[in-house]
Design a binder for this molecule. Structure first.
Ligand SMILES: *[C@@H]1O[C@H](CO)[C@@H](O)[C@H](O)[C@H]1NC(C)=O
Ligand SMILES: *[C@@H]1O[C@H](CO)[C@@H](O)[C@H](O)[C@H]1NC(C)=O
Ligand SMILES: *[C@@H]1O[C@H](CO)[C@@H](O)[C@H](O)[C@H]1NC(C)=O
Ligand SMILES: *[C@@H]1O[C@H](CO)[C@@H](O)[C@H](O)[C@H]1NC(C)=O
Ligand SMILES: *[C@@H]1O[C@H](CO)[C@@H](O)[C@H](O)[C@H]1NC(C)=O
Ligand SMILES: *[C@@H]1O[C@H](CO)[C@@H](O)[C@H](O)[C@H]1NC(C)=O
Ligand SMILES: *[C@@H]1O[C@H](CO)[C@@H](O)[C@H](O)[C@H]1NC(C)=O
Length: 417
């Protein structure tokens, strides 16, 4: 019995700690990963604006956005690129675009590499006013008007609240700051789910000009990652929550220790575990991956992980299930949590989808199901789907050929809408 519990923890931490696993592997391997790129020795001590964006000479502004439920989010802005500086971001005719990161990373993921490689810079140089969100719980957004991250209540949220509060607050803020311009949106992974949820609840349709969804995540029922399936089926996140944990901090000491024990075993290839969860990325450069690993992974709430595993176990997309009728009644006035009706997404919002054949999380059957639900309602001019057979989850944000294959057609889509 004790061994079973140990095993449960092990699987959870492995399944959800792949970045740390990979990082462990990199630090400890000499020949299996290109050794021409050296990982810098330390994580970036400074914020995104100081350490990355300014390093390439780009302007970078920081804002604090307070949500209706009191979280103070850090929002970054690259008002223009190098080639076309006006020097005055208040007098701005560029179209704003908001980048929203995925689960367990933060806004850093959009500026990981060089200006020619990373979407944040490419958009700024392409004539856009670039805004980069950091959701609650990530390194620069661990603030609240009354709570601290040590309070369990600080972690009492799931992606329902990201869709209800974080996303609308950030969009409304940008809308105000840019004098009422509608915003193009780009989300990756979890950043797509919250947009789909907010659009289906009609929360943000007035301020969104179009949305590009990279690795759309909504239905997770047929996802291919065996480790995550197992973790969901045995109610691992729920177990951890019952033990009194609220923050899911993937680089916590316990996790590191467990991983160390597993990966020391020569029969376990920790590098393969990364692929086992997210799918085998085709096109990552070591240098980019290094920066990614050293900056993350970022915290999220255990409750959010529970909500994600509810998606894996069920075929419909619903708000967080409190697990019994009485509690659901208390929160929702009905015994089952309300469902998100994705077919009610307004058809006048132009949507650009791109998904990968090797992605275990945004897997092909689930994504097809999502697309069928949405496309039926849309005009064909306003929807575009790009299928990348070789791409897995990380390639869409970090792939060295993503600028050519993904970002270029995406920008063209924005320019048409
Ligand atoms: C790398 O391997 C060494 C032993 O070879 C070990 O002491 C160290 O903890 C490992 N690094 C990490 C990050 O686990
Ligand atoms: C945002 O909040 C931080 C911490 O409270 C503060 O240091 C910073 O000056 C604020 N930034 C702006 C633009 O208000
Ligand atoms: C500068 O911006 C204008 C309008 O946004 C655009 O037409 C022009 O091509 C840009 N020039 C360069 C060098 O990027
Ligand atoms: C920027 O533009 C605004 C509005 O036109 C103006 O009030 C402000 O003085 C300008 N700032 C700079 C630094 O030119
Ligand atoms: C945006 O402006 C409106 C009207 O001035 C104001 O009511 C609202 O609070 C502002 N929202 C944000 C997020 O700044
Ligand atoms: C990334 O890798 C590709 C293929 O190996 C190479 O052509 C490219 O120059 C690399 N880019 C960077 C920024 O290292
Ligand atoms: C539940 O329904 C009752 C009666 O219709 C209403 O008064 C109450 O505000 C509702 N509560 C919630 C949480 O929606």
């Amino acid at each position: 019995m004790a061994q079973d519990i140990y095993l449960l923890f092990l699987i959870l931490f492995i399944a959800l700690n792949l970045q740390s696993v990979l990082s462990w592997r990199m630090q400890n391997s000499t020949n299996d990963i290109n050794s021409d790129d050296q990982c810098p020795p330390q994580p970036h001590p400074l914020g995104m604006c100081n350490s990355r964006v300014a390093a390439y000479g780009y302007p970078c502004e920081e804002y604090n956005v307070t949500t209706d439920d009191g979280y103070i989010l850090s929002l970054k802005r690259i008002p223009h690129g190098l080639s076309n500086a006006t020097g005055n971001s208040t007098e701005n005719t560029r179209q704003p675009v908001l980048l929203f990161h995925g689960l367990m990373v933060d806004g850093f993921c959009w500026v990981l590499s060089t200006p020619k490689q990373s979407l944040g810079f490419i958009l700024a140089d392409g004539g856009f006013d670039v805004w980069i969100a950091n959701c609650r719980g990530t390194r620069s957004s661990r603030r609240h008007t009354t709570l601290t991250p040590e309070d369990p209540a600080f972690w009492d949220w799931t992606w329902d609240q990201l869709a209800d509060y974080d996303l609308p607050a950030v969009l409304q803020f940008i809308y105000n700051q840019t004098g009422g311009q509608k915003i193009h949106y780009i989300g990756h992974s979890l950043g797509t789910l919250i947009m789909l949820a907010a659009l289906s609840d009609n929360k943000v349709t007035d301020v969104v000009r179009s949305a590009a969804l990279l690795c759309p995540i909504a239905y997770l029922n047929r996802m291919k990652s065996k480790l995550i399936l197992l973790a969901a089926r045995i109610f691992l996140a729920e177990t951890i929550h019952m033990l009194g944990y609220h923050e899911f901090n993937p680089v916590g000491l316990v996790a590191q220790e467990l991983l160390g024990q597993v990966c020391v075993n020569p029969e376990v290839d920790c590098y393969d575990l990364f692929s086992a969860v997210a799918g085998p990325d085709c096109c990552l450069n070591t240098s980019t991956t290094c920066i990614f690993l050293q900056h993350g992974p970022q915290s999220t709430s255990i409750k959010n992980m529970i909500h994600m595993s509810q998606l894996v176990r069920k075929s419909s997309i619903r708000k967080y299930d409190y697990g019994n009728e009485k509690e659901n009644m208390k929160h929702y006035n009905q015994t089952r949590p309300p469902a998100y009706d994705l077919s009610s997404i307004p058809r006048h919002v132009p949507l650009f989808f791109t998904h990968g054949g090797q992605d275990f999380l945004g897997d092909v059957p689930d994504t097809r199901h999502l697309l069928r639900t949405i496309i039926r309602e849309h005009d064909s001019d306003d929807i575009e789907v790009m299928y990348m057979p070789d791409y897995a989850h990380g390639d869409f944000v970090m792939g060295y050929n993503a600028p050519q294959l993904i970002y270029k057609p995406m920008v063209e889509f924005f320019k048409r809408h």
